[in-house]
Unconditional design. Structure first.
Length: 147
């Protein structure tokens, strides 16, 4: 399998079918998150904060939510890109709504809300199973290459 020849959507769909946390590679080895669905302009993740993600006061560090939301917004953009074209997050704005719970499965859905030839804007929310929002983010991504 040649990853460079796969579209962004194909890569994200492959990630949804890997065992564990996106194959337990890279950032997913530190932040337990998993792609569960991918379609054009939209991805879904599950994530679970644990003791490794606490700050000195014992609460979940805000970087946990920011990292999951960065992944969700970026991966949503990636689903729109052809093979061999990448992206980079230029701007990530995260609003923390309430403290992230420890050892509870959370869900993040990222979706593209605008796309041009050179950039895309996406958003994502981190929620629990009841739909309670813990954090919201918007991101601007630069498309790298000729998309």
């Amino acid at each position: 399998m040649n990853l460079i020849k796969m579209t962004g959507l194909e890569l994200m769909q492959m990630g949804a079918n890997l065992p564990g946390n996106m194959g337990d590679r890279g950032i997913a080895s530190v932040i337990p998150m998993k792609i569960t669905e991918a379609e054009q302009g939209r991805v879904s993740f599950t994530a679970r904060a644990d003791e490794r993600h606490t700050n000195p006061m014992g609460a979940i560090h805000g970087g946990f939510a920011a990292t999951v939301l960065d992944a969700a917004t970026g991966c949503a953009v990636h689903t729109l890109l052809p093979a061999g074209i990448g992206f980079g997050t230029v701007d990530l704005n995260v609003k923390m709504v309430r403290p992230v719970p420890i050892n509870e499965e959370l869900f993040a859905v990222g979706e593209v809300i605008d796309r041009t030839r050179t950039s895309a804007i996406s958003q994502a929310m981190l929620k629990d199973g009841d739909g309670k929002i813990y954090a919201h983010a918007t991101a601007t991504c630069r498309i790298l290459g000729r998309a």
